[in-house]
Design a protein around this ligand. Structure first.
Ligand code: FE
Length: 452
């Protein structure tokens, strides 16, 4: 199937799904959208392209947004999208700060399916100390996207949190994960060797629908919806209170449902006291939710960042049995994002046939570190693909695509993997896992009226 055919088919399926949601059959849809008799089915099955005019009319007539009818472009129809170093180099541009060249940026592999905005960046500013307030350091104002950064060479990392500036001297293999909107900067400690970073920014579920919804709801509502997790501001009972509000449940009613004393229930609903395991189970049953819904996540960030130095990073071999294919090193991350994994992979085998494939539910980004090329094999839709990636090459890998690395030409290649989740949160995975038989087929491509 040509890419534009897939796009048209997905657009048609969204139109059909929207009409189903609004309980419009073909005849009613045609009348309300001013379409010729008999054409709605052609739009819905992709024979006629859903054009801007039709989307505009649908968004005007029906309570939906143009965006609801817009599918994604599939730019990795073979499962993996590779970007060669030459292509990265061609995207090179120098960004100045305060009128002076400060960074050289190069794009690396991105995909329209995932929220990655990964850049290779070379530091053009050289400093001769590790002072956070060095006037040569030019700060940004922070940005929305989460940033995982991998350091190559003598790079100073600067970050500011609550008005206090910090500087951490980094070496090759060090990494950091940072929260949105914290100002930061980078500089080289010497001009004698390359000082670069891989700045792998991504939005995850913060971008897309959530941001659009909150932009309409506005600042006050977003402030009220925010759940603080920092020590001191964190309320362990915040989720209990939310569900009580949602169900219009009083303390007396919750105490009655759970058998927990009214006084203790009051305390737990206040939010500052943590329920014990037994109380959690009773509250979950009483509120009609799962225990996990009543638990707050934690963040291990200190002043907005989690730093992982290479010298004390955990590493192990993989897989646990059979031929050892890789040495895996765990890089910076945070419990706030349990579905983000940053890994450094040292490839130990020359023979791709012996190496075990790596598979994950996450979107994957990979970048070839070091000086040695690496063989990459993957399987997608029953087909097998094999490429050799050179240093500086990068790739995007779709979820659930098994990939295998092998050393090419006797080298010892090293690959950086950053795995993230997208819009498919655990809630979505549970929902598709509980659909009626045949539901998944229709969820990904609605092709019919909801009744016959
Ligand atoms: Fe940044």
């Amino acid at each position: 199937m040509r890419p534009e055919e897939g796009f048209a088919r997905r657009a048609g399926a969204l139109l059909r799904a929207a009409a189903n949601d609004l309980k419009r059959d073909d005849e009613n849809a045609e009348r309300e959208l001013g379409l010729e008799k008999g054409t709605f089915a052609q739009y819905a099955d992709g024979r006629r392209p859903v054009d801007w005019e039709l989307m505009r009319r649908a968004a005007q007539t029906w309570p939906l947004n143009e965006r609801d009818l817009l599918p994604l472009h599939d730019d990795s129809p073979a499962g993996v999208r590779i970007m060669r170093q030459e292509e990265s180099r061609a995207s090179s541009r120098v960004l100045s700060r305060a009128g002076e060249p400060y960074y050289e940026y190069r794009d690396t592999a991105m995909s329209r399916i995932a929220s990655y905005r990964p850049e290779w960046i070379r530091m053009l500013r050289v400093v001769d100390d590790n002072e956070p307030e060095n006037p040569l350091v030019q700060w940004n104002r922070g940005h929305l996207l989460y940033q995982f950064t991998y350091f190559i060479g003598p790079v100073n990392y600067y970050y500011r949190w609550d008005g206090v500036s910090h500087c951490v001297p980094m070496e090759t293999g060090d990494s950091v994960w940072g929260l949105p909107f914290a100002p930061h900067s980078f500089a080289a400690r010497t001009s004698a060797e390359p000082a670069c970073i891989l700045a792998l920014t991504y939005g995850g579920s913060l971008v897309g629908d959530a941001q659009r919804e909150l932009a309409v709801l506005g600042n006050a509502a977003t402030q009220a919806l925010a759940v603080p997790l920092a020590e001191g501001a964190r309320l362990p009972g915040a989720a209990i209170r939310s569900f009580m509000d949602a169900g219009a449940v009083t303390v007396a009613e919750l105490a009655d449902r759970t058998g927990i004393s009214p006084r203790r229930t009051e305390e737990l609903a206040g939010g500052s006291v943590s329920p014990d395991a037994k109380e959690l189970a009773l509250l979950a049953t009483g509120l009609g939710v799962s225990v996990r819904d009543l638990l707050l996540p934690r963040s291990g960030t200190v002043d907005g960042v989690s730093v992982q130095h290479a010298r004390d990073a955990r590493s192990w071999v993989w897989p646990g049995d059979g031929a050892t294919a890789y040495r895996i090193t765990r890089l910076a991350g945070d419990p706030l994002h349990p579905h983000t994994s940053a890994l450094q992979v040292d490839v130990l085998l020359d023979d791709v046939e012996q190496a075990a494939p790596l598979t994950t539910y996450q979107h994957q980004y990979l970048y070839v570190l070091g000086d040695d090329p690496v063989g990459l094999r993957w399987e997608f839709a029953g087909e097998r693909f094999e490429y050799t990636l050179g240093p500086g090459d990068s790739a995007y890998v779709r979820p659930q695509v098994p990939i295998t690395f092998a050393a090419a030409r006797g080298g010892r290649p090293r690959v950086l993997l950053l795995r993230i989740s997208g819009a498919v949160t655990p809630e979505v995975r549970y929902a598709v896992g509980t659909m009626a038989a045949g539901g998944i087929d229709r969820y990904v491509a609605e092709d019919r009226l909801w009744y016959s």
